[in-house]
Design a protein around this ligand. Structure first.
Ligand SMILES: [Ca+2]
Length: 438
């Protein structure tokens, strides 16, 4: 059915084998072994020329993606319209064209591992907060209706809107189908992008968007909330009731879709995201993580207080909170609520969730930066952190992913190790510990 499948390079040789003289057969057998050998040998990667790869891409659309899309309920007509004139986008990052190898993981381990403080650009936060406050009052009525419907406060929704797309002002120049198809065909994360491409085709099939106006980022994230297509299918809502969940052009749809996402991921109504706190020196920093949740009142009983001097809200006192010290003892300290982990569902990073929480506080109540400074944690490479993680694992500690990034399990295991070895726990890797944990 599909003419594009590549012939196996040695099949003609095998076909010639029967009925020939012995000498010729031996020569051919040697040639066969040689052919097999060269076929299996990891030859230096030869990038194929672009016109050839483009042809392979077109054959892949028809012969590989097409049947999978059909299975998912996509009609031939939709497939045809979606891929009309679509060619590969060679300018995208993380591409692995046929005949080339993915970039080595090793290079990443040599990357400098920077202080969490670098994430919180005061200039950027002030800019987003100022614009956000203006838009919060412009859209106050719709934000109130959104909070009533989904339980998510307007300032959280506006903060995500600002961070994701500059309140819908960011340019989204890429064709989502082209980006997703290029990455599904040749990138480091083909499988994930293939699923997202099929989800995008479903959106076209349902009439949610048409290929020409379905614009996204270089990573395939769509519209003002920057949803991947699978998130659009799950969470996008038509809040202005014009018949389409239009996250590109309708502010009410974009904002309500963000709130709906958080609600579906478990946002708890009437609870904060978290609080910057001060942890007394005699309370261990090695108590982080969602698996060590305790009522906020229990944390308060240990002497932990809000750094603002205000009391914890009574709704939060009775309910669970978790310690969070993203830079260990070298930076701001927090008691967060389960809503913090809901923010991480939007973008799986502690620092992202803290950024949104802080920006929301600035929009709602004119708050400023976190009060405790982000301290200097020295220069470290990811490979240094990796070595510490391996040493801790060898001693029976759970560090989570052994990836050179100090997540909460690494931080608290480090704090426990420090305490056990007579050191004041800092719960964060620093150069002075490099030689000590082996
Ligand atoms: Ca709409």
């Amino acid at each position: 059915m599909w003419a594009g499948r590549q012939p196996h390079p040695i099949s003609p040789l095998v076909g010639e084998m029967p009925g020939r003289a012995e000498g010729g057969a031996i020569r051919r057998a040697v040639a066969l072994v040689f052919a097999l050998f060269t076929a299996l040998l990891p030859l230096p990667a030869l990038a194929q020329n672009r016109p050839d790869v483009e042809k392979q891409f077109q054959r892949w659309i028809v012969g590989d993606l097409g049947p999978a899309a059909k299975k998912a309920g996509i009609s031939d007509g939709t497939l045809k319209i979606a891929f009309q004139g679509v060619t590969l986008n060679w300018d995208l990052p993380d591409l692995v064209p046929p005949g080339t190898k993915p970039p080595k993981q090793q290079d990443q381990s040599q990357a400098e591992f920077s202080s969490p403080g670098a994430y919180f650009s005061e200039k950027r936060l002030q800019g987003l907060a100022a614009t956000g406050r203006g838009l919060f009052s412009t859209h106050a009525a719709v934000l109130r209706r959104i909070e009533a419907a989904y339980g998510v406060p307007g300032e959280i929704v506006v903060a995500i809107w600002g961070r994701e797309s500059g309140f819908g002002r960011a340019k989204l120049p890429f064709s989502a189908v082209q980006v997703l198809a290029t990455k599904a065909f040749m990138s480091t994360r083909k499988d994930m992008f293939r699923e997202e491409l099929i989800a995008a085709l479903k959106m076209i099939e349902r009439g949610d968007a048409d290929p020409a106006t379905m614009k996204g980022s270089w990573a395939g994230a769509l519209g003002q909330p920057q949803f991947m297509p699978s998130s659009y299918l799950k969470y996008a809502v038509d809040f202005d009731r014009d018949g389409h969940a239009d996250i590109w052009n309708s502010v009410p749809d974009a904002l309500a879709s963000i709130a709906h996402y958080l609600q579906k991921e478990g946002w708890q109504r009437s609870r904060d995201w978290g609080f910057e706190v001060s942890i007394p020196q005699n309370v261990s920093c090695a108590q982080e993580g969602p698996d060590l949740a305790r009522p906020v009142s229990a944390w308060a009983a240990t002497g932990i207080t809000r750094i603002s001097g205000k009391a914890f809200p009574s709704a939060d006192l009775k309910a669970d909170g978790m310690m969070l010290v993203p830079a260990g003892r070298h930076g701001p300290e927090f008691i967060v609520t389960p809503n913090f982990y809901v923010l991480k569902q939007y973008n799986n990073s502690d620092l992202y969730a803290l950024f949104i929480g802080n920006l929301a506080d600035r929009i709602a109540s004119g708050a400023g930066p976190f009060q405790a400074p982000w301290g200097d944690v020295g220069k470290m490479l990811r490979s240094d952190v990796l070595a510490m993680q391996k040493a801790l694992v060898a001693r029976g500690y759970d560090v989570g992913n052994v990836d050179g990034l100090p997540g909460y399990k690494t931080r608290r295991s480090l704090g426990d190790w420090q305490a056990k070895n007579g050191l004041a726990p800092t719960c964060f890797p620093d150069p002075s510990l490099k030689g000590k944990i082996r």
